[in-house]
Design a protein around this ligand. Structure first.
Ligand code: BTN
Length: 258
């Protein structure tokens, strides 16, 4: 069985599009979402190499050979996921990645860094980019980049202190399609939890919350809020205890933590 038929047989993915090389899997998924011909969803766009991988805002996503980079095009109407819960897809996806990586490295310390990163032993191993295609089609794109066999020794020097890869943490290489299947299985399971509004989900965001108990700088434009992180609320907002009281933040970026 090929990796693609295994993905279709074992996970919720109905269609796979594979690229040896592409600009960005999220861009490709956006094009597919906009196309006249409707695609069977969930549709996986998987690339071995991205030349223009995107992160949140204006950020680029570094990924050399050996990285796992893919996007899943979802139809929220088929999933039964109401629009009111779309803002929680990013954290829920992060949780799915945490669970998948924990299966692979049971002893590792894996945390969810609000709102869209996964940290392994205090360093970023995965970034998530959830995007809504422009037309109101009910479609959502979940883009995931995980450093798997792309050792940080091949990364730009500025990433060395803050990022890691699965191979660096375990001193071995991994079968990319096996890691991908593990993540897809967990993604399906966690999205189902979001669909039924499972109260365990916010508990798990908090149990995995990397920022909890840390002094955090949250930035939106010129505005910086500094506070002690108290975790995440039911809606997925970050809770910061500031000098002025409890602040609830959605959007923006965490620019510093101690
Ligand atoms: C971030 O850390 O800000 C999010 C990074 C998301 C990267 C992934 S890699 C697959 C998908 N395609 C992209 O262009 N970006 C996402």
């Amino acid at each position: 069985m090929t990796a693609f038929s295994q993905i279709i047989a074992q996970t919720f993915v109905k269609q796979v599009e594979f690229h040896a090389d592409i600009g960005s899997t999220n861009d490709r998924a956006l094009d597919l979402a906009a196309a006249e011909v409707s695609s069977e969803t969930p549709l996986l766009v998987w690339a071995l190499q991205q030349t223009a991988g995107r992160g949140r805002g204006a950020n680029r996503w570094w990924a050399s050979e050996g990285a796992l980079t893919f996007s899943v095009l979802l139809d929220t109407r088929d999933l039964g996921l109401p629009q009111a819960r779309w803002p929680q897809v990013s954290l829920t996806t992060g949780l799915a990645v945490c669970a998948a990586l924990q299966e692979l490295l049971p002893q590792a310390e894996i945390g969810l860094k609000w709102p869209n990163d996964v940290f392994l032993h205090g360093r970023k191993i995965c970034g998530i980019l959830v995007e809504i295609p422009p037309r109101q089609s009910g479609k959502l794109i979940v883009g995931i980049g995980i450093n798997v066999n792309n050792s940080l020794t091949t990364a730009p020097a500025e990433l060395w202190p803050t990022a890691t890869a699965l191979c660096d943490a375990s001193n071995r290489t991994w079968d990319l399609s096996a890691v991908l299947i593990q993540v897809l299985l967990q993604l399906d399971q966690h999205l189902q939890q979001l669909v039924v509004n499972d109260p365990e989900l916010p508990e798990s965001w908090n149990a995995r919350c990397f920022l909890r108990g840390r002094l955090v700088h949250h930035t939106v434009g010129d505005r910086i809020t500094i506070g002690m992180c108290q975790g995440v609320d039911q809606q997925g907002a970050l809770l910061l205890q500031t000098e002025a009281g409890l602040s609830r933040v959605m959007g923006g970026v965490i620019t510093k933590w101690e």
